[in-house]
Write a protein that binds this ligand. Structure first.
Ligand code: NI
Length: 165
């Protein structure tokens, strides 16, 4: 769990930039890519990353919901721009509406007690989990992946280095 707002701010800034760099690669045509028939598509997972940040308002933070409804937009550019807006608004809300003491306060979520500092940690991990799902679907859709926590297969090749297995 986070015990200092600025620790969260530093980590969130980097993580949100990684997510945005992946969303920037999406094209309208690839949004329908699905791992198996009938399950979440690439566009739906990307839109889930946008919408799920607004869940933090249930902890008392106030910032605007993404424009559009539950259904994933058909525009990859719209998903990326809404992500940038809401990920920045989340950080601004945390910085201006909470303080280090607030991070130790707890809220009941689904009959469980969650310290706010743990909810912020969960938000980062939840996002990384879905980003991992996206990398598989993006590869299947023929997109070139950006580096996230290290080089991708393609960036090894571009550097003339044999990719690790
Ligand atoms: Ni989720």
């Amino acid at each position: 769990m986070f015990i200092r707002i600025e620790d969260f701010a530093a980590e969130w800034t980097g993580e949100a930039e990684l997510t945005a760099s992946m969303l920037d690669v999406l094209t309208d045509d690839c949004l329908g890519q699905e791992v198996i028939e009938g399950r979440r598509t690439l566009g739906q997972i990307a839109w889930h990353l946008v919408r799920s940040l607004h869940f933090m308002t249930t902890l008392g933070l106030k910032f605007d919901a993404p424009s559009g409804g539950e259904e994933a937009p058909a525009s990859a550019v719209h998903i990326a721009s809404e992500y940038r807006r809401i990920s920045s608004d989340l950080l601004y809300a945390v910085r201006t509406q909470w303080n280090d003491e607030t991070l130790r306060e707890s809220v009941m979520i689904y009959e469980e007690t969650w310290p706010n500092g743990s909810s912020l940690r969960y938000t980062i991990m939840h996002q990384a989990h879905h980003r991992g799902q996206m990398t598989v679907l993006m590869r299947q859709a023929g997109l070139q992946l950006p580096d996230v926590y290290g080089p991708t297969y393609d960036s090894w090749i571009e550097k003339g280095i044999a990719p690790l297995i």
